[in-house]
Write a protein that binds this ligand. Sequence first.
Ligand SMILES: [Zn+2]
Length: 483
Amino acid sequence: MYIRALLASGILALSACGAPTADDIRPLRQNIVFDANEVAQDLSQAIQYRTISSAFDPRASWEEFEGFRAFLARRFPRMHAALDPQDLGDGQLLFTWAGSNEDAQPIVLLAHQDVVPIEPGTEDQWSYPPFDGTIADGFVWGRGTLDMKGHLIALLHAVERHLENGTQPERTIYISLGPDEEVGGAGARRAAQYLADRGQQAWFALDEGGLTVLDSPMTNAPAAMIGVAEKGYMTVTVTARARGGHSSTPPRATAISLLAQAINAIEQDPFEHSLNDGPTRAMLQAMAPEMEGIAGFAAANNGIFGPMIRGQLMEEDAARALIGTTIAPTIIEGGVKDNVLPQEATAHINLRLHPRDTVESALAHLRASVRHLDGITIETDQWASNAPPVADFEGPAWQLIAGAASGQAEPGTPMVPFMVTGATDVRAFADTADNLYRYSPARAVMADVARIHGDDERIAVEDLARMSGFFYTVIAEASAAGE
Ligand SMILES: [Zn+2]
């Protein structure tokens, strides 16, 4: 992919030797063995509940959700007995594992119960029926294995084992199981509000969003992709107004021509794109040792080679999105009849906000881009949201998450902080947790990642034990580190 193109760029005179390695992560691992087959059997059962969420009706598939929650209560009895299970409404479960030290910041571990539907007509493209939870060829197959009942079941196994072992955490540990992540995540917002109402500010919240990619496009090698940031979301309506009338005597610009000029002006005035203010510089640094020759050298020394790397990243759509706020005109409307001058024309432009920009600053930027044009207004809708704050990717919280991830990884796998392009439930905790992380140590080739929300979604049986081991370690390390 993009960074490989660096190999061909004009710095071949430089040697690749001496490139510094990324900060060392001390692997953390508790001496507990999980039986992957046991976790896989539970995941297989979990898949058989068709917990498909609906944007229109929070009670759609209600029996499936109730059946699923009853299964969890049967299978994880200690947790359901000891951790004060609450339904915060519409099946949003919140468990509270009270810590012994009231001054220690709590942590939040998230997963979601719901899955996306199977696209009608694609059922027979699955190797095994999507809701059978078939275990075959070393994988559990079915809708929700990767997204994210595998994560959920592995997490609950870790909690149950801690309770079996008599763990008493110093920090309070909240476990939030959302019913509706795939349709907006209102449940997770209720859980975040629950913390806010009690004056609780978590040290970190951990959810899905990153995994270990076995064939990273940047290095062709494994990389544990730990989400430390995600982008904000904002759609603006650009409205152009001009006089109406008969099209035989038009003004110099109709509402439609004005609108076209406005869109053009906005695209010609892009937002800042750079390696600053986000995890992308650190991402390159972490991957540098795995990259070939010159590319690795440039990535490791990205302070010096920043402008050149930026140039390379700008060439690739997916990479450009990592280093700046994007602008995508997506809907345009205007005009009623071919011989009538339109009095109004509108365009909707979707922005994905880099953490360095805010809804307010982006709106100001767009308005400045069109200030030379008359008759243009730009407004944003009520759904606009800033990117959540970027999580720590150097200090103690990072050392804990990346250390626990490293403890389950093959030696030499880089722990890579990165910007998640999709949105997850964890963003609901932007104001009630200091750090938001998105990771689980499932391992997948890029082709498996494409199965999420697609056909033949699956997870490797052996990874389920890694995942439980990871969560067990996160809980042990976090609960002992009451500060
Ligand atoms: Zn998900």
